[in-house]
Write a protein that binds this ligand. Structure first.
Ligand SMILES: *Cc1c(COP(=O)(O)O)cnc(C)c1O
Length: 331
């Protein structure tokens, strides 16, 4: 099985912003874009992206999960990066058009079609370190993906990092390339030094998120996760799981969690922790590493609430239960 995100459909949807307007979107070859070496994105990282999925139901129909939420976040990222304003109607049409074109290639359950809208500043202007690009391209790439948990979902080891941060605080809620580059060094060091899978960034003791997923703590019937502020990425999966948890009668607490509280709660037998994101849905966290010591979270294994929430979300995505929140768009 190819690694996640390394197989692409041969065409993508693309539109160009030039002279203050978006061109009509087209399906084009997905292997190539023409970019000037002086393009704004290559020097000043004017780039943002989205990640969402389309799912094949048992009757063969194909459905995109929470497209509107992802489009909204793309508009927000573009605005906060001073990229041209994305037209939400056009982007929605592009996503639907390209998924429709490759509907036959959407994998069967447990696979799905990962959708990657990407927006980059293209103006050839290396003097614009402190000014916005006037031109950009927005494209929608497709990548069929398999079961993220093939081989079993081994609970993750997370290093709690209190000194550094994932990215600059004002960039936290932007899904932008530079943020991931900023976290790479610390994550690589955490892998080498303490065999961590990811870093849970906790600047000044405030539990935020990992390099590419939100952090969720479950203590009995309560689900606890950091409340929305501009310091971290507002995951659509996070939002969906919180709504499903409320539907199940769980208490949803969106508030700050300190490292101290996290470690105290982790010591209790019925505590669970997990990472949420589109790629992995909800991945159990088994161990927290703090100041050279390992702390098991609850039993250290995938907990029942984590599995129940993941199942509930998957059941909606694959059309096995009613889509009560109106999260699916049929292509
Ligand atoms: C994409 C992402 C998430 C998860 O967002 P989803 O919308 O749930 O996929 C969380 N944190 C970061 C930093 C991300 O890039």
């Amino acid at each position: 099985m190819a690694a996640f995100g390394t197989v692409f459909m041969p065409e993508m949807a693309l539109t160009t912003f030039e002279g203050n307007r978006w061109s009509d979107a087209e399906l084009v070859n997905a292997q190539a874009i023409a970019l000037h070496p002086g393009a704004h994105v290559l020097h000043y990282s004017s780039t943002c992206f989205e990640g969402l999925k389309a799912f094949r139901h048992a009757d063969g129909s194909v459905h995109i999960f929470r497209m509107d939420a992802n489009i909204k976040r793309m508009m927000q990222s573009s605005r906060l990066l001073s990229l041209p304003a994305v037209d939400p109607v056009q982007l929605g049409q592009m996503i639907i058009e390209v998924v429709k074109k490759f509907a036959h290639d959407v994998p069967e359950q447990p696979g799905s079609m990962y959708i990657r809208p990407t927006h980059i500043g293209t103006e050839a202007a290396i003097g614009k370190a402190a000014a916005a690009t006037l031109s950009s391209i927005l494209y929608v790439l497709l990548s069929p993906v398999g079961d993220y948990f093939a081989g079993g979902a081994k609970p993750l080891r997370l290093l709690l990092e209190e000194d550094g941060m994932r990215c600059a605080p004002h960039m936290g809620m932007i899904k932008s390339g530079g943020n991931y580059a900023s976290a790479l060094g610390p994550i690589a060091r955490a892998r080498d030094s303490v065999d961590a899978d990811q870093i849970l960034f906790c600047p000044n003791g405030d539990v935020q998120e990992t390099g590419a997923a939100n952090f969720i703590l479950i203590d009995g019937n309560e689900i606890i996760t950091k409340g929305l502020d501009s310091s971290f990425l507002h995951g659509v999966t996070r939002d969906s799981l919180l709504k499903l948890a409320a539907d199940m009668g769980m208490t949803v607490s969106e508030r700050n969690i300190s490292v101290e509280e996290l470690l105290t709660r982790a010591a209790k037998a019925n505590t669970e922790a997990a990472l949420s994101g589109t790629a992995a849905v909800l991945t159990p966290v088994g161990t927290l590493i703090h100041q050279g010591r390992d702390y098991a979270v609850g039993t250290g294994l995938a907990g029942p609430s984590t599995l129940k929430l993941r199942q509930a979300l998957n059941d909606i995505q694959w059309g096995k239960t009613a889509d009560q929140h109106g999260w699916l768009t049929r292509v």
